[in-house]
Design a protein around this ligand. Structure first.
Ligand SMILES: [Ca+2]
Length: 247
């Protein structure tokens, strides 16, 4: 499933569409359709009036596979829709968090991949986010809410200890969305993404940045800032409601 990351829109993922087990059943004014599903995978419901035409249209909502059968209700009714399918759209974020290797994203120069680790050369630091390397990771959220991002990073010194990070949009110009990795690491260690905001490199305004995400697909965007800062793996996890951070 992790292979789906970063390749949305290609033909590769549409081939995993499932066929309905049961054609349809009428429940009030909506139609329920039962599909096989894989645990942890999110699906988009699509429909077409002509199988041979192969023009699949979005049902405008997603469903979360649980490994057994999955009943999807089409709120617009069965009227002119003859055929349905579920298309896997990417791994969902389970309660335990979604983890993936940094090199599974869509990687753009000057980011480079070496041994599964993503970084840009020491001399390619930039203060313009869009001039840094780009690593994009598409993932699916089932439960709307607040999410944090953790990464296994190598931040060896003050000149190699930052990225720009945002979700669903490029990091803004300036340092508002700068992630200064505090404290420095000794080899690869886990750190939680922060935003400098209106703070400083050593005292960020958002020490643990929370991203509010709707259900559906999202893209984590990491941009290179200081060369030599390395990322090996990434975790996206939900912030538990009512949790209190120890300080
Ligand atoms: Ca720095």
């Amino acid at each position: 499933m992790l292979l789906l990351l970063g390749i949305l829109g290609s033909v590769a993922w549409s081939q995993s569409a499932q066929s309905p087990q049961i054609e349809q059943m009428i429940v009030s004014n909506v139609m329920g359709i039962v599909f096989q599903s894989e645990a942890g995978t999110d699906y988009e419901l699509e429909f077409t009036t002509n199988m041979q035409g192969q023009t699949w249209r979005s049902g405008k909502f997603t469903a979360h596979g649980d490994g057994t059968v999955l009943t999807v209700f089409d709120p617009t009714g069965p009227n002119d829709k003859k055929f349905y399918r579920l298309t896997a759209i990417g791994p969902g974020v389970p309660d335990s968090g979604l983890s993936f290797d940094a090199d599974t994203g869509e990687i753009t120069l000057p980011f480079d991949v070496s041994g599964g680790v993503v970084s840009q050369p020491d001399d390619s630091g930039t203060t313009t986010p869009t001039s840094g390397g780009k690593a994009g990771y598409v993932f699916a959220v089932t439960d709307a809410g607040d999410y944090r991002v953790k990464m296994m990073v190598d931040a060896p010194h003050a000149g190699s200890d930052s990225f720009y990070v945002n979700i669903d949009a490029e990091p803004a110009s300036g340092n508002y969305m700068t992630w200064d990795i505090i404290p420095l690491t000794s080899g690869f260690e886990e750190r939680t993404v922060s935003w400098r905001g209106n703070g400083t490199f050593s005292a960020p305004e958002f020490p643990e940045k929370e991203f509010t995400l709707s259900a559906g697909n999202h893209e984590l965007i990491v941009r290179g800032r200081e060369g030599g800062t390395k990322v090996d793996s990434i975790v996206v996890e939900k912030v538990e409601a009512g949790s209190i951070d120890a300080t």
